[in-house]
Design a protein around this ligand. Sequence first.
Ligand code: ATP
Length: 345
Amino acid sequence: MQAKGTFSSPSLTLLPLNIPCSSSRSGSLSCYFQIKQQRKTICACVAPPLNIGSNGISKTKNNHMSKSEELHSVLEPEDDSDVLIECKDVHKSFGEKHILRGVSFKIRHGEAVGIIGPSGTGKSTILKIMAGLLTPDKGEVYIRGRKRDGLISDNEISGVRIGLVFQSAALFDSLTVRENVGFLLYESSTMPEDQISELVTETLAAVGLKGVEDRLPSELSGGMKKRVALARSIVFDASKATIEPEVLLYDEPTAGLDPIASTVVEDLIRSVHMTGEDAVGKPGKIASYVVVTHQHSTIRRAVDRLLFLHNGKVVWQGMTDEFTTSASPIVQQFASGSLDGPIKY
Ligand SMILES: Nc1ncnc2c1ncn2[C@@H]1O[C@H](COP(=O)(O)OP(=O)(O)OP(=O)(O)O)[C@@H](O)[C@H]1O
C-alpha cells in the first residue's frame, strides 16, 4: 500500500500519527511516530503499580496538606522494577518561553495516569518528550531504566513501545478508513488481508463507527476522524507471538466529542489496558497509558492517578477520587472552574 509521505528504514516503521506539527496543526499526513521493529521480548504480565491506592496517600489531619505533601501525596514505592518511563527534572523552553521547569514523575507498569493543568502549561510538550519526539533542554528521560539520548529515532531502546495519539486525527488523506486503521498491519503483520479487514471492522465498531471502512477521511466529521485515529492506535496484531508492553499517550482524546462519544472513547481507553479484555474481546495490549485531558468525565472514567502540571512543574499528584476532595487550593480551583485562586488568567 502506498501512502503519500510514508517512509521506512530497516529498523523503523513510521506510522502516521495524530501529531499537530507546527507546520500543519490541521493535519493530515504531516507527522509520524516510530515503532521499533526489533525489540527484546519481555514478559507481558501486568504488575499493578505498587503502593498506589488509598493507603498510599499521605495526608495530615483535617485533610490539610503541607506544600511538600501536596507534591508527594502518592508515596513512591522503593522498588522501581516496574517503572516503564521516568521523567527526571525535565526542562524545556521554546525561545524565551520556559515551559517545563523541572518535571519529574514515573509511569509504572499497569498504571492509568492523567495529566491535567491549565492551558499552555506544557502537557502536550511533556507527552512529546516522553514519546521521544522532543528532547529536553535539561533533565533526563529513562525508558525501562535506560536513559534516552536525543530523539526516539536516535537510539535503539528496547523493551517498551510508546505510541502517541494526538489531538488532531492526522489521517492519511489518500487512504480509506480501512487502510488508515490497518496501516501498520498491512505494512508489517503476517496476518492475511481478509483477517486484517475483519479486525479493522471490529475495531471501528468498538469506537462506535460502522460502515465507514471505504470512506476517505474527507468524508468524515471531526469527531469521526478522531475515533478512526483512536482505532488505528489500538488495533491489535493477532499474529504476534508475544506482546511487549506498550505505553499509549493520549493528548486530549475526548476534546470536541459529544458526551456519548466521549464515554465510548473513555471506556475504550480503559478496555485496551492489559488488565482485561478489550472492546472486541481480545486481551488488552496496552501496559500503561497517560491521558492529557481537560474533561472531568475523562478524568473520572479513564484514569486512576493524576499529575497536575502548573508553571512548568508537577504541583500536585493524587488518585482520581482525591481530585474533587483535595484541600489543595490549586486543585480546588481547577476542579470547580473558579476564577478565584492561585491560577490567574
Ligand atoms: N514547537 C513549539 N514552538 C514554540 N512554542 C511551542 C511549541 N510547542 C509548544 N509551544 C508553546 O509551549 C507552551 C505549552 O504548549 P503545550 O501544547 O505543551 O501546552 P498544553 O498544556 O498542552 O496546552 P493546552 O491545554 O492548551 O493544549 C505554549 O505556550 C505553546 O505555545
